[in-house]
Design a protein around this ligand. Sequence first.
Ligand SMILES: NC(=O)c1ccc[n+]([C@@H]2O[C@H](COP(=O)([O-])OP(=O)(O)OC[C@H]3O[C@@H](n4cnc5c(N)ncnc54)[C@H](OP(=O)(O)O)[C@@H]3O)[C@@H](O)[C@H]2O)c1
Length: 332
Amino acid sequence: MEYRRFGNTGMNVSRLSLGAMTFGRGLDRGESARVVDDALDNGINFIDTADSYFDSEEILGEILTPDKRERVFLATKVYRQFCRDGKAARNSRVNILNSLERSLRLLNTDYVDLYQLHHPDPDTPIQETLETLDTIVKQGKARYVGVSNHYAWQMAHMLGEAKARGYEPIVSYQANYSILDRQLEFEAIEFLRKFNIALMCYSPLSSGVLTGKYHTGQGIPEGSRATVIKYIEPYINDDTVGRIVEELKPIAAEQGLQLNQLAILWLLAKPEATTIILGGSRPEHFSQIYEIMDRTLPSEVVERIDALSEARIYCQYLNQGHRTAPALNPWA
Ligand SMILES: NC(=O)c1ccc[n+]([C@@H]2O[C@H](COP(=O)([O-])OP(=O)(O)OC[C@H]3O[C@@H](n4cnc5c(N)ncnc54)[C@H](OP(=O)(O)O)[C@@H]3O)[C@@H](O)[C@H]2O)c1
């Protein structure tokens, strides 16, 4: 396993990290425990979860006995509005502090290594959010703070405000990045390079589309994620996506790889990808990736894939809002 410095921090994280979104949803408790053990055995030292991933935090809290907890960088996120009858805005002081306490209790730990805003919150002044993130770091409840699903301008704004006020800066950006989801190459990548922000790539198989399991016009496979998550269907019905997946298949075969393995190796070849968050609903979805950890893709293969999937730079973000103007003017 290769390790990378996590942006402007002192953490050295594994290039592959473990996504716990399916713990309790797809993977039962026993399978989740085996997936964690297998990940640790394969050198993974970074686990990502969120307050919105159903039972994931609670299950992780059971699995991460003190010895295992101390071996991993543990990341979670705030999104849910559990308190004050949902009236506290997502990234408000009240909601963040409440959600973090709940996450720590469920995760059975005194601190998380990375606390992330799952989404921007147009209803809370950014100064309130930053001041709260600064507080939780000073309290020792989070070692670092980061964001997910933000635009570059929002992150630049946060860095500027934090610098001006002496608050903890964000250190990481968790974003949708795969052969089929290359939007950040258009918008965010130069920002990440300029400020040395760590990039955590989520949905590296585009929620399973990059396994080749979906076929336009043939219905949605029983038990697959597309039966429960509606945003996968537009991929299945998109001609460009279908063409790319078909063109990838012979490249994978040439390299002696499965499609999912090729997709992960393509991401590993991207220098800006600090860590790639693996996902799976079966233990073998993870172990298939560990089998190719000693492989790298030849640069001409990476370039071929870059060229054939170029259209996927210039399309809509999967999981980012289209509201660019916050409801409360943070400059006011
Ligand atoms: N910040 C965010 O907004 C955000 C959003 C999403 C994810 N994440 C993070 O990123 C992690 C990974 O995301 P992801 O789960 O979307 O990753 P992904 O690798 O794109 O998708 C994983 C899913 O693809 C299918 N799959 C994977 N390997 C397969 C194989 N060999 N054969 C058939 N199907 C296969 C499975 O779905 P089915 O079997 O159910 O079809 C599996 O659950 C999450 O755990 C979470 O930590 C963050």
